[in-house]
Design a protein around this ligand. Structure first.
Ligand SMILES: [Zn+2]
Length: 184
């Protein structure tokens, strides 16, 4: 473990630099206080052990006063892991940035999916309304067809009656003519 005096030559997270403002690219495997033996800060409290993701010291564990984030506490910090070599730092930063890029892309895709789902809901509602409207029109059409059939029926019957009447009159006339002519 690196002492506090040695670590002052290395950049600490939480300054003006980069990645530490974002959430860590990978979830922590333990809580900040799940470690042994205890490391005490200047306040004589167990210090929180965190992981740095800043450009200068990526993926290194360090200790910091637990009350630092509330604006109180002390300025204690101490590195737990030794500094990585140049190659390892570059590799870790590339992996970190790849995860951040994928998260950004995922957020965009989730937003697009949300918008597409919203549009789909609108289309489904419109489709249901049009379907209901179509069924209503079909019912009206069926009712009109039924009315038209009912109105056509008396006309057919009356045409048939008229034909029968004409045949009957012709038959009577024919019979009258035969009776007037009489047997020869
Ligand atoms: Zn402290």
């Amino acid at each position: 473990m690196e002492s506090s005096s040695q670590s002052t030559q290395r950049s600490m997270p939480g300054g003006s630099t980069d990645g530490q403002r974002k959430p860590p690219p990978v979830p922590y495997h333990s809580t900040p206080f799940d470690y042994d033996p205890d490391v005490l800060c200047f306040c004589k409290l167990k210090a929180a052990r965190l992981i740095s993701w800043i450009d200068t010291n990526p993926c290194l564990r360090y200790y910091r006063c637990r009350r630092r984030w509330s604006g109180e506490g002390c300025t204690f910090y101490q590195w737990h892991d030794p500094e990585s070599d140049k190659y390892m730092k570059r590799l870790l930063l590339d992996l970190r940035d790849t995860i951040y890029d994928l998260r950004d892309q995922n957020a965009i895709l989730e937003q697009q999916l949300k918008e597409a789902n919203g549009m789909n809901d609108v289309l489904v509602t419109e489709s249901a309304e049009k379907s209901a409207s179509l069924k209503k029109l079909q019912r009206k059409l069926a009712e009109r067809d039924a009315d038209a059939v009912q109105q056509a029926m008396p006309r057919k019957i009356s045409a048939w009656n008229c034909s029968c009447f004409i045949v009957l009159v012709l038959a009577l006339l024919f019979g009258l003519v035969l009776s007037l002519v009489g047997p020869v």
